[in-house]
Design a protein around this ligand. Structure first.
Ligand SMILES: N[C@@H](CCC(=O)N[C@@H](CS)C(=O)NCC(=O)O)C(=O)O
Length: 263
């Protein structure tokens, strides 16, 4: 099994969490997303969207982190990361769908508008433009350009924050009386969400977590699992995390109410 991934990417972290929960070893192929490895023509043949992760296993190439995680749970059923009951599975998939449909894009906006922005703005403009030109999808390219140039003033920023509030409110309700998102057992839904909560934490938007007691309790429990160290902590590049944190602090100094709800 070979996993094409990146140490700090949320979608890579969620697949690594599932692999670690199941004790599966893989061959690592690491991509530097700031250098644009994801747009290399050889990699684009595996993943035409130019994103990580991609999994190669048993002669098949698999993309889409949520589907990769379902595949791993099908191919390696023990321990199961899906609730036994059909209602629990629906609850799990509702969460993974919300992550894919809404939170993922919104997280990308916050990451580039806050965390990656100072580093990218420090690069020569021609280098930045060359990186943007490689993004195959025009809408994704223009959003990326706008959030790098305008940060919290970019049109996409406020709605990305609203999406975080809405999805995390959903999580807070799901965790009311349940230890895990889909009910009594840790599942693919917890693996899917955890990297996005970590990103909020790295961007110094901890208010989004602290104001939701169920979410805060769940986040502590996720981090206490042995899989967290193997899938997340041991991969985190200190320099990137430090850069995200100082960019997050600077943003809060400029916009103290940035993580608050809009009226
Ligand atoms: N829906 C895809 C999204 C993958 C994705 O957007 N990955 C990000 C990292 S978390 C990426 O590769 N970004 C590179 C880029 O946008 O240039 C999945 O779940 O696998």
């Amino acid at each position: 099994m070979k996993l094409y991934h990146n140490p700090i990417s949320t979608c890579s972290q969620k697949v690594r969490l599932v692999l670690c929960e199941k004790g599966i070893e893989v061959e690592d192929a690491l991509l530097d997303l700031q250098r644009g490895d994801q747009f290399d023509p050889t990699y684009l043949k595996l993943n035409p969207n130019g994103v990580v992760p991609t999994l190669e296993h048993a002669g098949s190439v698999m993309t889409e982190s949520t589907l990769i995680n379902e595949y791993i749970d099908d191919a390696f059923p023990a321990p199961s990361l899906r609730p036994a009951a059909a209602t629990g599975r629906h609850r799990m998939r509702l969460m993974t769908k919300r992550v894919d449909d809404a939170l993922h894009g919104a997280c990308g906006v916050l990451t580039y508008a806050i965390g990656a922005r100072p580093t990218l703005l420090a690069r020569p403009e021609a280098e930045r433009e060359a990186m943007l030109a490689k993004i195959p999808d025009a809408a994704r390219r223009e959003t990326r350009r706008s959030v790098i140039e305008r940060g919290a003033e970019a049109p996409a920023f406020a709605s990305a924050m609203d999406i975080h509030h809405a999805v995390l409110d959903h999580v807070e309700r799901a965790l009311d009386g349940s230890p895990w998102i889909a009910g009594e057992t840790f599942s693919l839904a917890d693996c899917a969400l955890a990297p996005y909560v970590l990103r909020v934490d790295h961007l110094m938007l901890g208010e989004l977590i602290e104001t939701r007691p169920n979410l805060a309790r769940w986040y502590d429990a996720v981090q206490a699992r042995p899989s967290w160290a193997g899938a997340v902590t041991q991969w985190l590049p200190d320099a990137v995390v430090d850069a995200f944190r100082s960019a997050g602090q600077a943003l809060k100094a400029e916009y103290p109410r940035v993580a608050g709800r809009r009226d």
